[in-house]
Design a protein around this ligand. Sequence first.
Ligand SMILES: *[C@@H]1O[C@H](CO)[C@@H](O)[C@H](O)[C@H]1NC(C)=O
Ligand SMILES: *[C@@H]1O[C@H](CO)[C@@H](O)[C@H](O)[C@H]1NC(C)=O
Ligand SMILES: *[C@@H]1O[C@H](CO)[C@@H](O)[C@H](O)[C@H]1NC(C)=O
Length: 413
Amino acid sequence: MEVILSQLSDFFKSYSGPVLFVALSLILSAFAIHSKLLPRHVRPHNGGNVKQSTKSKFSIKDALPAVTIEPVDPNFDWEKEKPVPYRPFKNAPYRINMAIQKADPQNIIVIENTYLKSTKLRERIMNERAEISMACHPSAEAALKELYCTVTDFLMKKYPMYFYTKDNGTTFYNKIKNESFPLDPTMEDRLEVLKFLGRTIEEDFIILLKNGDEGELENEYVWRAGVSCYPSGFVPGEKFNKPLTAIHSPVPQYLERLKVSMNRFFERLRVHEFVVRYNWSIQAHTNIFAPSMNHGTRTVASVKPLSPEDLDFNKVFMRVEKQCFTRLPKTKADIMFIRTYTTPLTRIKAENRAEDFCGAIDGLSDDFAIYKNKILWGDAVKAFLKGESSGSTEKVYDFDIFEAQLNGELMKN
Ligand SMILES: *[C@@H]1O[C@H](CO)[C@@H](O)[C@H](O)[C@H]1NC(C)=O
Ligand SMILES: *[C@@H]1O[C@H](CO)[C@@H](O)[C@H](O)[C@H]1NC(C)=O
Ligand SMILES: *[C@@H]1O[C@H](CO)[C@@H](O)[C@H](O)[C@H]1NC(C)=O
């Protein structure tokens, strides 16, 4: 941890424009690591001062021009749409400044053949784990409703065969799920809006609002609302009403630097601007809802490395997150969408990416090796990829992680 934090601080010393994006990804990872390691009592518990900053120091850069969302081909069939094969690893030392790129605004939300099972699973998670998977602070109600309108409008424009209005234009209709919800959410309860949005897209989403200029969370961007059904190694419910910079380092100046950089990123994000970053990890279990797994800690001595012979590599996954950021035009809320993909290692091997992936695993520096829990799966995965072991079965088959979790246990957090 110390190492990561000192790297971060060097980084911020030389802060300049594009570095911001990088800083964000660092901070997000550091945040995830750190909050896991912190004793509970040092984490802030209250929501801080919730007065929202609407005027004064709120100097948002000019909006970019609005984007026209194009419809997909009229023959588009969601059931035939294979998940985009994101493979964000390189046969090289892991660089923490993994590129944040301009995103294609047409692809912020995508409907693929996992849609129905995934959104049904999301419904189940929101029903059975409401307290950890979803929340909306009253101060975020307007932003949530704007997000709802933005997303439904996007879906109707991009996928007009599956999403359209009904009842004389008063209802938003989802043909794939045969579900309706009022087109205008103004009069709806915010938790209903949250739930509806959460089960209409596969993407998790987080609404960040800038806090007022007083109190503990002075001018910080705070996680005020969201649905997080596919967490990996953190409990979303513990993050609501906290800034993403709630990293309580033993060395206070780090916290100050992180805060500044992070808030600057969110401050500078422009309306109609879309940026994306990807990250990957390995999981040797079949939970996509994984609040308490996937990350390692410093206490590696207690981790017993997995043996490849015990693993069915159709059920060992590369887990990729596609994280998109944008700002809403009216409420000026910052939004983060997170789409999670799980790809079995049997497929990575079939794609002839075994060598590259082994290189990427070897390229993890100590901190990230710990963070990604490499000691647990590293040697087993490499043995499989190099053909030294075929695991517990030679068979290659499609394991449906959504269906398995839909019909099975939801892990306890
Ligand atoms: C990606 O990074 C976020 C923090 O930035 C972390 O919470 C998440 O677990 C990571 N996911 C994967 C698949 O590595
Ligand atoms: C449909 O909406 C239009 C305009 O909003 C209104 O004039 C018309 O009366 C409505 N029709 C029905 C059947 O409600
Ligand atoms: C769609 O849902 C409505 C109301 O919930 C129901 O009456 C109707 O039969 C359903 N249609 C299909 C095709 O399942």
